[in-house]
Design a protein around this ligand. Structure first.
Ligand SMILES: *Cc1c(COP(=O)(O)O)cnc(C)c1O
Length: 452
């Protein structure tokens, strides 16, 4: 039965973000989960060290979340949001507006983070069209940004490995530099921040008349390798957007819902976005719901007699799905009753101390952390910060070793991602960090032995 399933997986599937040749060498099928662990079809258990790719909040098979879906199923599974609404989608919208930055007053649903960003781009573009500033048609996006994999989201993304091949399909956007302190010349966060802000301001001075919006991840660039922006950067970007009349689209898909120790990461700097994309943790990691939140000013630019054709002509079949919205509502109720955000803020101090223990490893170059969002950058040489040769795929090897040792995650190049479910206890965190340590040691020692 087990072998048969593995053969089927190799024969019929094509997996996302996966070189299938790698999969065929290391096939892997999950059958169940409980708490912060998942179990494969052979019955072996693993820590869900990346929250099933940055989603999971309360662990798997959380009693209350399971019950919320069953309860909703007793009423209806899905009906459309085109021209009408449903009960949980309406209640969830109120809740989302209540917990998000106060300038945001309207929720537009979709099914994934990429779609939420896609909608944000169309909203920003059409906003200026609708108010008669037709020259504002371009975007500024951040170097190393990642906003999902649809073509619009890819156009404002800039991770060469994922995006370069699609170059001819993309619309152009101006790229602004992002402060990557570890790899900056000065290594000084404030200097790095100020240089980047100065470059951005120059770009705005020269082009603001034709720029509709700027896109930026909130405080942490996730897919770029968990790069944490220096203090004052995001709020500096907010000030420049306001000064030059450019909408600020903040992508909280990865950072939202408690991940960084605040409900939304932009709260660390009291930033009020004009448009905010949310997804991932919104359903506790259960079902595909995402949303684009907008200010009343933007909403009103679309509100008019139908013949004016100011409608936002965008929607998806499953938008506002009842099962998803019902579980999202229960997820947010648990955020309150279990004080999830406060817990993450507190436990992330313990996590910081634990991660410090990895600092002395000979190939750990940089450890970046905000809340439960962490990246461990592996380097060939700590002095020169020189990378391992790409073909060694050290990050990938380390995560395979971790799997052997009972923990799942995926690397971003040679950055090992650590994004545990938000309910992980101190003991869980310690156990997971020890697995990371052992895996890094085993793999990087092996590399040295080969070179000697
Ligand atoms: C994951 C992610 C997305 C895309 O979300 P999907 O649900 O995978 O489409 C967008 N932005 C950021 C910052 C992300 O981490």
């Amino acid at each position: 039965m087990t072998q048969e399933l593995i053969e089927k997986s190799k024969k019929f599937l094509w997996l996302p973000f996966t070189q299938m040749k790698d999969y065929d060498e290391n096939p892997f099928i999950i059958e169940s989960g409980e708490g912060i662990k998942v179990k494969d079809i052979n019955g072996k258990e693993y820590y869900d060290g990346f929250s099933s790719v940055w989603l999971n909040v309360h662990g798997h098979r959380k009693k209350e979340l399971d019950a919320a879906i069953k309860k909703q199923l007793g009423k209806i599974a899905h009906s459309t949001l085109l021209g009408m609404t449903n009960v949980p989608a309406t209640e969830l919208a109120e809740k989302l507006i209540e917990i998000s930055p106060e300038k945001l007053t309207r929720a537009f649903y979709s099914d994934s983070g990429a779609e939420a960003m896609e909608i944000a781009l169309k909203m920003a573009f059409q906003y200026w069209q609708n108010i008669g500033k037709r020259e504002k048609q371009k975007f500024i996006s951040m170097q190393n940004g990642y906003h999902g994999d649809t073509i619009g989201a890819v156009s404002v993304g800039s991770i060469a490995l994922y995006h370069q091949v699609y170059g001819p399909l993309m619309f152009n956007s101006f790229k602004a530099p992002i402060p990557y302190v570890y790899r900056s010349e000065s290594g000084d966060p404030a200097q790095c921040r100020d240089e980047c802000l100065a470059t951005l301001e120059q770009l705005l001075i020269e082009n603001h008349q034709e720029i509709a919006a700027l896109t930026i991840e909130s405080i942490v660039q996730g897919a770029a390798g968990m790069i944490v922006m220096p203090e004052g950067f995001l709020v500096g970007v907010r000030e420049l957007c306001t000064k030059y009349g450019v909408l600020m689209i903040v992508d909280e898909v990865a950072t939202g819902f408690g991940r960084t120790g605040k409900m939304f990461a932009c709260e660390h700097e009291s930033v009020q976005p004009d448009i905010m994309a949310i997804g991932k943790g919104i359903t506790g990691g259960y079902l595909p719901i995402a949303a684009t939140l907008a200010t009343e000013e933007i909403y009103l630019a679309f509100y008019d007699d139908y013949e004016k054709l100011k409608t936002l002509f965008h929607g998806h079949s499953y938008t506002g799905n009842q099962l998803g919205c019902a579980v999202a509502l229960e997820n947010l109720r648990l955020f309150e009753s279990e004080k999830i955000v406060e817990q993450v803020a507190k436990k992330s101090e313990d996590l910081h101390l634990l991660l410090n223990e990895l600092k002395s490893l000979p190939h750990v170059g940089d450890i970046r952390q905000l809340g439960f969002m962490c990246g461990i950058e592996l380097v060939h040489s700590k002095e020169t910060k020189e990378l391992f040769p790409a073909e060694k795929r050290i990050g990938y090897q380390v995560t395979l070793k971790m799997r052997e040792l009972g923990m799942l995650t995926r690397p971003l190049g040679d950055v090992v991602v650590f994004m545990p479910p938000l309910v992980s206890t101190r003991e869980d965190l310690r156990a997971m960090v020890m697995i990371i340590k052992e895996a890094i040691n085993e793999v990087t020692n092996g590399v040295r032995a080969v070179e000697v």
